[in-house]
Write a protein that binds this ligand. Structure first.
Ligand code: NDP
Length: 237
């Protein structure tokens, strides 16, 4: 029997990159997987066909869409909140609406999704949010809002771990360093600068992040909660 056979997994933001690797991993391990997408319907439908999972349009900027998606597809055994964006540039020049959009996707959606999922989640349930090593370390200018959003997830997980722990539900943050995706390609212009901060001088692979998520969601991680799990080639060390 596969590890997640008979388990229901919901991934918010699963169409591409790290989220798609997480969808593939849970599907390969036997789970019934549902995932959301917003801007990439073609990629989402192709992934759903490939993995026999269900793709649902739900924009993470829309609180009601996030909450109703979690409610209508629950109760789930595992919730993964992966959807996240970056807005980069000189802080004094960035459009404040863009910053508020980032906070909605990167902070508000994880909070409301986690709370909604926990309402009916069974004992042994798992909530995993994809943060970033930038929640711990922000070594370059132009990314303050992104870093703030990822630091916010740390307090969120610590607090919600207290709320949900008595019911046997864990909540953890996975904090990747540079990972090869559309958002941060391994051959992109930032690569040498990013690798200069690292002990293992390469981008990580989305599958490596998915492995950590799968372990946290699995039966061996029941005593792990309210914690940050960094996977970054020592970017933050
Ligand atoms: P990508 O840009 O490659 O993919 C982002 C994913 O999030 C897509 O599936 C996208 O779906 C989804 N998404 C974005 N906005 C929304 C929205 N409004 N509503 C629903 N879904 C949305 O990013 P990565 O895979 O690189 O990043 C995934 C997560 O990992 C993010 O939280 C990011 O901050 C974090 N991370 C990434 C790192 C990296 O180096 N790559 C490093 C550290 C953290 P769609 O296209 O359908 O809108």
């Amino acid at each position: 029997m596969r590890v997640f056979e008979n388990k229901s997994v919901l991934v918010l933001g699963g169409s591409r990159g790290i989220g798609a690797a997480i969808v593939r991993r849970f599907a390969a391990d036997g789970a019934k997987v549902t995932f959301t997408f917003a801007g990439s319907p073609a990629a989402a439908h192709a992934l759903a066909d490939e993995t026999q999972s269900v793709a649902i349009y739900a924009d993470s900027t829309d609180r009601e869409a996030v909450i109703s998606t979690v409610r209508e597809n629950g109760p789930v055994d595992v919730l993964v909140v992966n959807a996240g964006i970056g807005v980069f540039g000189d802080a004094v020049d960035i459009d404040p609406d863009e910053i508020d959009r980032l906070f909605k996707i990167n902070i508000h959606a994880p909070y409301h999704a986690s709370v909604e999922a926990a309402r009916k989640m069974p004992e042994g349930g798992r909530i995993i949010i994809i943060g970033s090593v930038n929640g711990d370390r922000m070594p370059v200018p132009g990314m303050a809002a992104y870093a703030a959003s990822k630091s916010a997830l740390q307090g969120m997980a610590r607090g919600l771990a207290r709320d949900f722990g008595p019911r046997g539900i864990t909540i953890n943050v996975v904090q990747p360093g540079p990972i090869d995706t559309d958002a941060n390609p391994a051959n992109g212009p930032m690569k040498d600068m990013l690798h200069s901060f690292m002990a293992i001088k390469r981008h990580g692979r989305p599958e490596e992040v998915a492995s950590m998520v799968a372990w946290l969601a699995g039966p061996e991680a029941g005593f792990v909660t309210g914690a940050m799990h960094t996977i970054d080639g020592a970017f933050g060390a």
